[in-house]
Design a protein around this ligand. Structure first.
Ligand SMILES: [Zn+2]
Length: 282
């Protein structure tokens, strides 16, 4: 059994996570990014970086100092601006190959991202030192991948699962039904721990995944009862009712996930929408 170390998060300082994995957290902490974006370094001789992070000079310097010439591959879980932009400079400085999937820009993607190639679902990426399986996990965003380091059964979750905060689903690139399916999909893989792009390592992955699915279904039930009470209303009308247990300062963000829940309910024929007015028809 691999020993995982939930090391303290200190910006742009290398932390040992497991025999094969180190973590460098960027200093971009915030409401959406928690303590900052985690960049993971896999391997000891020929290295892969997972989620290079924002194009921040101190962060890129810390990665280069740790990896030097040994950096060979840059893998990206998705192309939000806190995850992939450092790929350009890291590739320029080291000649590392950039790998990941692109998606049409919705105003929220890193348009500088230009991978040499992408990943098919369940594709195995093998080096002399380790094996990484790419798992397509759309939901947070359509091009999202999780990476399973099979040698340690450690899953790099990107923004599919975060520690300490709830993942925001922003339509149309984000999709709640896809998100729930992608959570359930992970239960089929042998996973010993989760390494999220935001927050600490999570040591009870199956319990965490089941809790997340339950949490989303509970939120959906709250959205349904809010809309049943109102009969119809805008996102601004429904959000305070559906998220009455959440700090009002976060409602601006929660509104996106509510929208994603309502679109899911619309596909299920329980809700209709016209001119931003949502109506319960279940
Ligand atoms: Zn993201």
């Amino acid at each position: 059994m691999t020993q995982f170390r939930p090391a303290e998060i200190v910006h742009d300082v290398v932390a040992e996570i497991s025999p094969l994995v180190r973590r460098i957290t960027a200093s971009n902490s915030g409401v959406m990014t928690g303590p900052g974006t985690n960049t993971y370094i896999v391997g000891r001789e020929q290295l892969a970086v997972i989620d290079p992070g924002p194009a921040d000079a101190a962060h890129i310097a810390a990665i280069l100092q740790t990896c030097g010439e040994r950096l060979r591959w840059i893998l990206t879980t998705h192309t939000h601006p806190d995850h992939s932009p450092a790929a350009v400079q890291l590739a320029e400085k080291t000649g590392a190959i950039v790998l990941g999937n692109k998606i049409a820009d919705d105003g929220r993607q890193d348009v500088s991202f230009n991978p040499q190639r992408g990943f098919a679902h369940d594709e195995l990426f093998t080096t002399d030192e380790f094996r990484i399986r790419a798992i397509a996990t759309p939901g947070h965003v359509g091009n999202h991948l999780c990476f399973l380091l099979e040698d340690e059964q450690l899953l790099f979750t990107g923004d599919h699962i975060m520690q300490g905060s709830t993942v925001v689903i922003v339509p149309p690139n984000g999709d709640m039904q896809d998100y729930l399916n992608s959570l359930a999909l992970l239960l089929q893989y042998p996973i010993a721990a989760l390494a999220p792009a935001h927050g600490q390592i999570i040591l009870q992955p199956q319990a965490e995944i089941n809790m997340l699915i339950k949490h989303r279904m509970l939120r959906e039930a709250r959205a349904v009862s809010a809309l049943q009470r109102l009969q119809h209303g805008s996102l601004d009308d429904i959000t305070p009712l559906a998220y009455s247990d959440v700090n009002p300062e976060l409602h601006r963000i929660a509104r996106y996930s509510l929208w994603a829940h309502l679109l899911k309910l619309q596909k299920e024929g329980k809700v209709s929408e016209g001119n931003g007015d949502w109506r319960w028809i279940g």
